[in-house]
Write a protein that binds this ligand. Sequence first.
Ligand code: NAD
Ligand code: IPM
Ligand code: MN
Length: 363
Amino acid sequence: MSRKIEILVLPGDGIGPEVMSQALRVLHKISDMADLSLVIYEDLIHGQAWDAYGTFCRDETVHQAKNVDAVLVGAVGGEKWGNLAPGGTPEEKDGLMRLRKELDVFAGIRPARSYSHLNEKTPYRPELLDEVDLIVLREMCGGVMFASPRGIESDSKGPKRGFDTAAYDVDEVKRHARFGFELARKRRGHLTSVDKANVMESGAFWREIVSEVSFEYPDVHFQNMYADNCSYQLAINPKQFDVILADNLFGDILSDQAAALSGSLGMLASASLTDQSNSPGIYEPVHGTAPDIAGKNIANPIGMILSLALMFEFGFSMQEISKKLHLAVEEVTRTGPLTPDLGGLGTTNEVTEAILRELERNF
Ligand code: NAD
Ligand code: IPM
Ligand code: MN
């Protein structure tokens, strides 16, 4: 009997719908070849949802997201929807932030690797990229992007000011750290935790708790590193990293930086997971809505397509399908076509079609 899989698809804004439509072609192809019984629900999020419903994320969308096997997101955001909910909570101001929080998908797996045949498309010397393969594990539901108080004060006696609160409680740090050590254990057994413990109380606390958790994992080689040094080390010696454990803000920044290792931000995928079994993950590319290239059919669809690979691996434990997707991407990035972000002349459609052909050949 074919396995039934229910997926909520949220294409989002800008290039979101462009890359999502390609991912759906790939998903349908896999479903046919692997005899899956796929049920797809589609809904609006963030800008599209605001325009249609006057809210960035409807309760119905959250309800449905909690009741499917996986949620796929393209990308959200744009200037048009920049400040429509002034003074609102992060969840009220951003549909994706609400969804992450509601699903409690705190563990943001953001893998970055080098592709030897793409090394020349990167700003790195090839010898620095030999077999780079790392994961930025970003905390997704807390820290300075969510904690309160936050706001812009215009009526205080002092000068007008904007402020946020960088804060994590012990359980938030512990569960994220444990997720990271477990992940490192299944890989090369190396975990680097990043913070600004030298100048931030929340950083010193993060370091204390992660270091405490590290004693539960004597088999994992563990080190603390200041986040600014980590950024530098990623630039000069990326091979040293296996799992980088980061809070919400540093993980956001370091994952974009790590994308340069493969040649383009358009290549990076993500899986945001919770530690509750039976609770769906959110799978989305690391990139944003790329307003500078939206509507031109030149967005790189690979980050979105590799998010499917993460969904099959982490969401459905279907490693074989995940591997086949990785192989297809590997081959197409070797032979082309490539989109302009990787120096090619290929379109979003053409890259996907080459991936579909490769999947068909190898399934
Ligand atoms: P961005 O990631 O959209 O773009 C940064 C640069 O990378 C741009 O030059 C863009 O053209 C390029 N790029 C990104 N994805 C690409 C792809 N698939 N193919 C080829 N090139 C690609 O970041 P930004 O410009 O800082 O933000 C634009 C909007 O996206 C903002 O509203 C921001 O809030 C939002 N954003 C959303 C997400 C998300 O939904 N997860 C992530 C990041 C940014
Ligand atoms: C990302 C983005 C998002 C974030 C925005 C769009 C909410 O930059 O997914 O990396 O900051 O988390
Ligand atoms: Mn980001």
